[in-house]
Write a protein that binds this ligand. Structure first.
Ligand code: SF4
Length: 150
């Protein structure tokens, strides 16, 4: 069992999504409340506003729905998340599915039509490249039930 896990802040009830809302999940809130979950929001940490125009990955770039290139902000936020993981020696993360930052295995396909493609968010890619295990919120729930549920 790990002392600390990275968690997407929006899953912990923080209103950091592009639309200024959260995607609250009770077990993630419990992890944060108990000091186990360490909140990250790579898009905010990369300097983007909240609310903000939504963005999607297009290959190695991230573009906003208005066509602005926000790749640099996404990269910066991804490495900030890695810095936090390394600072606290965190080896596992529970991140929000489908996001161009936090998604794992499936993300929005860059057309802003609600369709998906195979791939990872920027932060997920950086964390995986550095040996951190990334779970989405469904995989994380199984992990929580096994190791942390009281
Ligand atoms: S960047 Fe990650 S933590 Fe921030 S709102 Fe998007 S999915 Fe949630």
């Amino acid at each position: 069992m790990q002392d600390k896990l990275l968690v997407s802040a929006c899953l912990a009830g923080k209103n950091c999504r592009y639309d200024g809302k959260s995607q609250k999940v009770d077990y993630v809130c419990d992890l944060v409340k108990r000091g186990i979950g360490v909140c990250i929001c790579p898009e905010q940490m990369g300097g983007l506003d909240t609310p903000r125009v939504p963005s999607e990955r297009v290959g190695d770039l991230v573009l906003s729905k208005e066509g602005k290139d926000v790749t640099e902000e996404f990269e910066f936020g991804a490495y900030e998340a890695l810095n936090i993981a390394q600072e606290f020696e965190i080896e596992y993360a529970i991140l929000k599915s489908d996001s161009p930052s936090c998604g794992k295995g499936r993300i929005y396909d860059g057309t802003f039509t609600g369709n998906f493609c195979e791939g990872n968010g920027f932060t997920t890619d950086v964390l995986l490249e550095h040996g951190i295990v990334v779970m989405d919120e469904n995989e994380g729930k199984l992990w929580y039930d096994k190791y942390y549920k009281k």
